[in-house]
Design a protein around this ligand. Structure first.
Ligand SMILES: Cc1c2[nH]c(c1CCC(=O)O)Cc1[nH]c(c(CCC(=O)O)c1C)Cc1[nH]c(c(CCC(=O)O)c1C)Cc1[nH]c(c(C)c1CCC(=O)O)C2
Length: 343
C-alpha cells in the first residue's frame, strides 16, 4: 500500500487528508527541549545525526503524523558555502554577509558543500531505517530568494529591505547569488534523496515580498529550475513548493514550476484556494498556526473548514506556517483528531 502522502502528491483525492505540521519537531514539545539541551544548542543538534533523528521521530511517536520532516535548517546551506552562522537566543539567526563581489567570490561551490552537510545526510539515512513504514520522509531546502535574504542582511528582516536594495543596486551580483544558491540547492537536495528522502520541499518563506516581474524571476524561476532538475535526476520524486504569501500568484504555480504540490499560508482562504489553486494539483495547508496556541471551539471549527474546503481534490493537511514555541501540545492532538473525524 502506497503511503498516504505519496498518494495525495500523485493527485489522489483521499477520504481523510494525510497530516503533518511545519516545525513539528520544535520547542513546544518538552522532549524536543530536553534533546536540544543534551546537544548543547540548536546548530549542534542539527549536526548530530543521532539526536537530529531523535527529534524528528518525537512528533511521529507522540502524534502519528503521516510525514516526518528531516530536522535541519535552511541556513545550513549558506554555512556549507562558507559563511559564518550562529543563533542568538531569543533573537534568531546571524551570519556574515555577502553584499560585495569579493564576498561572493569567497563562497564555495560544487561538492565542497557536502563536507559540512554530510551529518544531515546521515540523519536522513537513520530516519529512513527507523521511521514507521507508513510514514513519509520529507527532505527540504530553502528557496534561493529566501536564503539570499538572510545572506545579504546577515539576519532575518521584516521586509527583506537589504536584499531588495542589493537587487536594485547591483543586480548582476544579486543574480549570481541566486544562481549559485539554485545550483547548490539541487546538489544538497539530491544528496538528501540519495540518502532516503522520499519527497522534497522548497521553503520560500519571503516569496510574498517579491512583486511583479521580480516574483517570476526570483521565486517562480528558481523553483522551476530546481524542480525540473530534481525530476530529471529522480523521475518519481514529488516536489512541494511553498511560495509563502504569494497571494494571487499561487494561481498557476503548479503548472509554471512543475511542482506536484503547492503549500499555502493562511493569508488565503481555503475556499478561494480550493477554487483557484487546487485545480492545478495537490495543495498543502493551511490552518493558522495561532490555533495551536488558542485551541478551543475556534480550532475545531477552522480545522473542519479547511478539511471540508479541500475535500474534493488532493490535499495534505498542515498549518499555514510553523507551529510556535508557545503552542499547547494538547491542541495539536485536538487538531489531528478533528481532521480524522471530519473527513
Ligand atoms: C526562514 C526559515 C528558517 N528555517 C526554516 C525556514 C523556512 C520556514 C519558515 O518560514 O519558518 C525551515 C526549518 N527550520 C527548522 C526546520 C525543521 C523541520 C521542521 O520541523 O519543520 C525547517 C524546515 C528547524 C528550526 N529552525 C529554528 C528552530 C528553533 C531553534 C531552537 O530550537 O532554538 C527550529 C526548530 C531556528 C530558525 N531557523 C530560521 C529562523 C528564522 C530561526 C529562528 C526563529 C525561531 O527561533 O523559530 C531560518
Amino acid at each position: 500500500m502506497t503511503k498516504t502522502i505519496l498518494r495525495a502528491l500523485a493527485g489522489e483525492t483521499l477520504p481523510t487528508p494525510p497530516i503533518w505540521m511545519m516545525r513539528q519537531a520544535g520547542r513546544y514539545l518538552p522532549e524536543y527541549r530536553a534533546t536540544r539541551a543534551e546537544a548543547g544548542d540548536f546548530l549542534s543538534l542539527c549536526y548530530n545525526p543521532e539526536l537530529a533523528a531523535e527529534v524528528t521521530l518525537q512528533p511521529i511517536r507522540r502524534y502519528g503524523f503521516d510525514a516526518a520532516i528531516l530536522f535541519a535548517d535552511i541556513l545550513l546551506l549558506p554555512q556549507a558555502l562558507g559563511v559564518d552562522l550562529w543563533f542568538v537566543t531569543g533573537e534568531g539567526p546571524r551570519m556574515t554577509t555577502v553584499t560585495t563581489d569579493a564576498e561572493f567570490d569567497k563562497l564555495g561551490r560544487g561538492d565542497m558543500i557536502h563536507d559540512t552537510l554530510n551529518p544531515v545526510y546521515e540523519t536522513v539515512r537513520i530516519l529512513s531505517r527507523e521511521l514507521p513504514k507508513e510514514t513519509t520522509l520529507i527532505g527540504f531546502a530553502g528557496a534561493p530568494w529566501t536564503v539570499a535574504t538572510y545572506m545579504i542582511a546577515g539576519q532575518g528582516t521584516k521586509d527583506q529591505g537589504p536584499a531588495h536594495a542589493l537587487k536594485a543596486e547591483n543586480r548582476a551580483l544579486f543574480e549570481k547569488l541566486i544562481d549559485r544558491l539554485t545550483e547548490s540547492t539541487i546538489d544538497y537536495l539530491s544528496k538528501q534523496v540519495e540518502a532516503g528522502a522520499e519527497v522534497v520541499k522548497i521553503f520560500d518563506s519571503w516569496a510574498g515580498s517579491l512583486k511583479g516581474e521580480d516574483f517570476e524571476r526570483y521565486a517562480l524561476e528558481p523553483a522551476r529550475i530546481i524542480t525540473k532538475e530534481m525530476k530529471a535526476r529522480f523521475p518519481d520524486l514529488p516536489v512541494i513548493a511553498f511560495p509563502r504569501q504569494a497571494g494571487d500568484k499561487y494561481v498557476g504555480f503548479h503548472a509554471a514550476t512543475g511542482a506536484d504540490c503547492v503549500a499555502l499560508d493562511d493569508s488565503v482562504t481555503p475556499e478561494w484556494a480550493a477554487q483557484n489553486v487546487q485545480p492545478g494539483g495537490c495543495v498543502q495547508g493551511n490552518l493558522a498556526s495561532s490555533h495551536m496556541v488558542t485551541g478551543g471551539d475556534a480550532l475545531v471549527s477552522e480545522t473542519r473548514r479547511v478539511v471540508q474546503a479541500f475535500s474534493k481534490g488532493p490535499h495534505i493537511f498542515n498549518l499555514g506556517h510553523g507551529i510556535t514555541p508557545d503552542a499547547d501540545p494538547e491542541n495539536v492532538k485536538l487538531m489531528i483528531d478533528t481532521v480524522r473525524e471530519t473527513a
